[in-house]
Design a protein around this ligand. Structure first.
Ligand SMILES: NC(=O)c1ccc[n+]([C@@H]2O[C@H](COP(=O)([O-])OP(=O)(O)OC[C@H]3O[C@@H](n4cnc5c(N)ncnc54)[C@H](O)[C@@H]3O)[C@@H](O)[C@H]2O)c1
Length: 185
């Protein structure tokens, strides 16, 4: 993807490491090795490899902005989601290390931390948490959000665009919540 971006645009300024998986939902001690490894392979090592691939091109451009999608699950615990929550905490740590290492080269690194988003991933988590009454799980999650609803893909994307823009030129090494107030209580 870095090679394709360089071929198409001639330089690389922005890197969005957004891919992630929710994994299986269930009690901590019942999660298999394979489940932990798969979630960490995508959510942590996928991000690591993406950053490693992008650094030379960002250096050549004289700086840039990396946004890693973490989650409110990178800042809070959540029952039944231990591999996912652990992986999302891990990339917050990775972001802080990168921000400190790359900041002197004008490469800014931040995480986007959405609350529950109204999309496929939350449908999967709701369904796994209560296959008979997934809508009850949806209501319970939404009730924990002061705005009273899940956020949208568009609201998350808008914050990523901000972090890539010159308006965010002073933003480095931080977590940017799009959570409707989820973490405020
Ligand atoms: N949906 C939520 O409530 C929520 C909340 C907080 C954070 N997030 C995070 O937002 C990010 C985007 O997820 P989403 O909510 O759009 O869910 P999604 O499942 O709709 O999208 C995930 C995307 O990641 C891609 N992906 C998964 N594994 C991959 C792999 N091995 N290689 C390449 N691409 C891969 C999928 O193809 C898909 O496009 C994820 O990192 C997720 O953990 C989601």
């Amino acid at each position: 993807m870095v090679a394709a971006a360089l071929e198409h645009f001639g330089r690389l300024d922005c890197v969005f490491l957004n891919a992630g998986i929710e994994g299986d939902v269930g009690p901590f001690e019942t999660r298999s090795d394979a489940s932990w490894e798969k979630v960490f392979a995508v959510n942590v090592h996928g991000v690591r490899l993406g950053v490693e691939a992008a650094i030379p091109a960002l250096r050549s451009a004289g700086g840039g902005s990396i946004v890693i999608t973490s989650s409110v699950a990178g800042l809070r615990g959540s029952p039944g989601l231990s591999p996912y929550v652990s992986s999302k905490h891990a990339v917050v740590g990775m972001m802080r290390c990168l921000a400190v290492e790359l900041g002197p080269e004008c490469i800014r690194v931040n995480t986007l931390n959405p609350g529950p988003v109204d999309n496929r991933m939350m449908r999967s988590i709701e369904q796994q948490a209560n296959p008979e009454h997934a809508e009850d799980v949806h209501k319970a999650f939404a009730a924990r959000v002061p705005l009273g609803r899940y956020v949208t893909n568009e609201e998350c994307a808008a914050t990523a665009v901000f972090l890539f823009s010159d308006a965010a030129s002073g933003c480095n090494g931080n977590t940017y919540l799009v959570d409707g107030g989820f973490c405020s209580q």
